[in-house]
Design a protein around this ligand. Structure first.
Ligand SMILES: Nc1ncnc2c1ncn2[C@@H]1O[C@H](COP(=O)(O)OS(=O)(=O)O)[C@@H](OP(=O)(O)O)[C@H]1O
Ligand SMILES: [Mg+2]
Ligand SMILES: [Mg+2]
Ligand SMILES: [Mg+2]
Length: 358
């Protein structure tokens, strides 16, 4: 199929694949020492987050030098801590796709440590409603990554605030689209067998899944949300951290809908990928505070992948997620993602429990 965004999609898939290789190396080779530092908001960042972001920005700068970039991390900690900087540099220097042609498409290696720091700082765009903006979450679910659970490398292209291309690399999800959804918290180091998926979507062209490889891209195949015939059997996903989504309200909503299965708690946008391929059905993210604004890099790729797989994604007020208002989803509150046919029923229950019904 010819796609309007064929080149963007190919580069995004390869860039995410290469960054995911780097994160896997960090997990394998630095089981005890992931170079974790605490950010100003007390959330963790590791050498894997920095390294993955530098590699993705390098690929984007090589291919699309005029596009803006909104990325989660920046280099200031590394400019102060040279030991940490050198660990990240070692990873960035040594992580390559196994196929020379594919690596060449990404522009090859980052030349030196200063270029790496410079690249890391190229993700500070304020985003907005105009033009092309890439948004990067180099490791989404850093806490999941640290505990050997689910995490995702997330990349999306926005055009005038609308998501056109979304890619999620999920190194710890089963390759098999029909594998049952489990929490997978605490995978053993090196136990990658049968794991690693790349999800992707282009606006208007559907969503796909393929194995996460090390060189040229594997063939993708179309994925679809599962038709939810009986709400009783629905499987809903939510965050592992109670601070990221209100779990007691989610339980009340599930009860109201007649869902009998316990929720599956999973870190990162792996939740969006999992419901998009029918391994789960519903993803709820319920605000835990009025002041927290969701970040665009935590949702852009997942939002498009679910919608292109036959789902609807809104906030708890029933509005589409608006990626055109800056680095955060300032005009939204929470996330309700479900198959289109049942989304209004799920949203009704959410609004009743949250007291949002007019
Ligand atoms: N208070 C609050 N509310 C909502 N979301 C928050 C909050 N604080 C942080 N974050 C963001 O949550 C991202 C991880 O979300 P998850 O769904 O993976 O959460 S969890 O790890 O499963 O608990 C996480 O993404 P990463 O930092 O990329 O891991 C954060 O951007
Ligand atoms: Mg973070
Ligand atoms: Mg994130
Ligand atoms: Mg992150």
């Amino acid at each position: 199929m010819t796609t309007l965004y064929a080149r963007e999609l190919e580069i995004a898939l390869l860039a995410v694949q290469r960054a995911a290789l780097l994160t896997r190396r960090v997990f394998r080779e630095s089981a005890e020492q992931k170079g974790t530092v605490s950010k100003d908001d007390a959330s963790p960042v590791t050498v894997g987050d920095f390294g993955a972001q530098a590699l993705i920005i390098s690929a984007l700068r090589h291919n699309f030098p005029r596009d803006a970039i909104v990325a989660e991390e920046e280099a200031s900690v590394l400019r102060e801590d040279t030991r940490l900087r050198d660990r990240v540099w070692g990873l960035v220097r040594d992580t390559k796709l196994s196929d020379i042609g594919a690596e060449g498409l990404l522009g090859g290696a980052v030349p030196d440590v200063d270029s790496m720091l410079h690249l890391l700082d190229q993700g500070q765009s304020q985003g907005g409603r105009i033009g092309r903006v890439w948004t990067i979450d180099p490791i989404d679910g850093t806490k999941g990554f640290l505990r050997g659970g689910q995490y995702a490398v997330a990349l999306a292209l926005l055009e005038d605030g609308d998501v056109k291309v979304g890619v999620l690399g999920c190194p710890n999800l089963p390759v098999d689209d029909s594998a049952p959804l489990t929490e997978n918290i605490g995978l053993e180091v090196g136990n990658d067998k049968g794991r690693g998926v790349l999800f992707a979507a282009v606006k208007g062209e559907g969503a796909t899944s393929r194995p996460l490889g090390t060189g040229t891209l594997a063939e993708g195949h179309k994925i679809h949300m599962k038709p939810l015939i009986d709400m009783k059997n629905a499987c809903f996903c939510e965050s592992v951290e109670a601070g990221h989504s209100n779990q007691s309200e989610a339980a009340k909503i599930a009860q109201k809908l007649g869902i009998t299965k316990p929720s599956v708690r999973m870190d990162s946008q792996a939740k969006y990928g999992s419901i998009a391929r029918g391994a789960g059905d519903i993803y709820l993210r319920l605000p835990t505070s009025k002041s927290y604004q969701e970040k665009i890099w935590d949702h852009a790729a997942g939002d498009l992948i679910v919608r292109e797989a036959g789902g609807l994604v809104t906030d708890t007020r029933g509005n589409r997620l608006d990626f055109g208002v800056g680095r955060t989803l300032a005009s939204n509150s929470g996330v309700v993602a479900a198959p289109s046919a049942v989304h209004s029923q799920v949203l009704d229950a959410v609004q009743e429990v949250l007291g949002l019904k007019k």
